[in-house]
Write a protein that binds this ligand. Sequence first.
Ligand SMILES: Cc1cc2nc3c(=O)[nH]c(=O)nc-3n(C[C@H](O)[C@H](O)[C@H](O)COP(=O)(O)O)c2cc1C
Length: 340
Amino acid sequence: MTYQELLEKAKENIGTYCKACPVCNGIACRNQIPGPGAKGTGDTAARNYAKWQEIRVNMDTLCEQKTPDTSLELFGRTFRYPFFAGPVGAVSQHYSDKYDDLSYNDIMLKACRDNGIAAFTGDGINPDVVRQAAQALAQVDGQGIPTIKPWNMETIREKMTLCKDAGCFALAMDVDAAGLPFLKNMTPPAGSKSVEQLKEIVQMAEVPFIVKGIMTVKGALKAKEAGAAAIVVSNHGGRVLDQCPATAEVLTEIADALQGSDMKILVDGGIRSGTDIFKALAMGADGVLICRPFVTALYGGGAEGVGLYIEKLAGELRDTMEMCGAGTLREITKDMVRVC
Ligand SMILES: Cc1cc2nc3c(=O)[nH]c(=O)nc-3n(C[C@H](O)[C@H](O)[C@H](O)COP(=O)(O)O)c2cc1C
C-alpha cells in the first residue's frame, strides 16, 4: 500500500466530515465539529499547521556522514522515533462508525507498539473507553499513555487505577478539555484544576504524569510546581478555545523557561511530516504528538496504514537529520532552523 492508496481508502471509510486531504492542514474541515475541525471561526488548527511551514530547515552537508539515530528515551523506555500517536476520543462521532473508541484504541496501541512507538489514548463520557483502553494496554506491555479528562477527583482516581493496573508507563491529562461543553455540564463539576489539585493528581498517578494543553510560560511553571514529569504544548488542535496562538509560536518561550529542569517537553498541533518533527525538536521539544493524520492512517489502512504512516514520518525525519548534519536527536539544535 502506498500513502496515496491509503488516502483513497480513507476517503471511503472516514465519513463525511474529514476529507482525508493529502496534507491535513485544518482548512477543509475548518470549524466542523462534530468532525475533526476546530472551535469558533476554526482558524486555530490551520494556524498550527501554517506556522510550522514558516520555519525552514538549514541544510549543511559538510559534516561526517552518519546513519541518523532517531531513538528517544522517555521515562525508562526507548522508542524508535521521537513521535507518538495523539489521543482521540469519540471517533465514531467525529469520523465514521467503521471504528469506535474501543476498536480504534485497540488497533492503534498495537500498531504503534509493533512499530517502536507508543499511542496516547483518549477519554470520553462512556466509562468503557478507558476500561477497554486499559485492557488493550495490558496486551502491549503497558506501552501506551492513557489521557484522562479533568473530571472530579473521584472519577480521575477510578480511571487512573484501571490504567495503572494495566501497567501503563505514564499517564496524561488534557487539562485544556475544561473547554469542552460536555465537561462543563458535569455534576459534580469537572474542568479547570488549581495547582493544589494538580499536585494531588500527580501524586495519585504514581507513574510519570504528563500535563497536556499548556500554551503559556505561566501554565508550564504551574505544571512544574505541581510535579508533572512532562507537558504537551498543545491547544487541542483548536477544539477547546478559538483564536489561540499556534503551538509553534509559543514553544520556544516555554522551552526557554523550563531550561535546566528535568521536565520533558512534548508538542502537538499541525505537525505533519518528519521535517516538522525536526523543527519542533530544534525549537526545544523532546518529542511530538501527531493526532489527525494517524486517524486517517487507521481508517485508510488499519494497522498496516498506521505502520506505513510511521515509516513515512521516520524516513522524512532521517532525511532531514542527514541533510542538516544531526546524527542524534540531541544534535538537533536551534541553529538548524530559521524562523521566517
Ligand atoms: C476528533 C478529535 C478528538 C480528540 N480527542 C481528544 C481526547 O480525547 N483527548 C485529548 O487529549 N486530545 C484529543 N484531541 C486533540 C488531539 O490529541 C491533538 O491535541 C490535536 O488534534 C492537535 O494535534 P493534530 O493537529 O496533530 O491533530 C482530539 C482531536 C480530534 C481532532
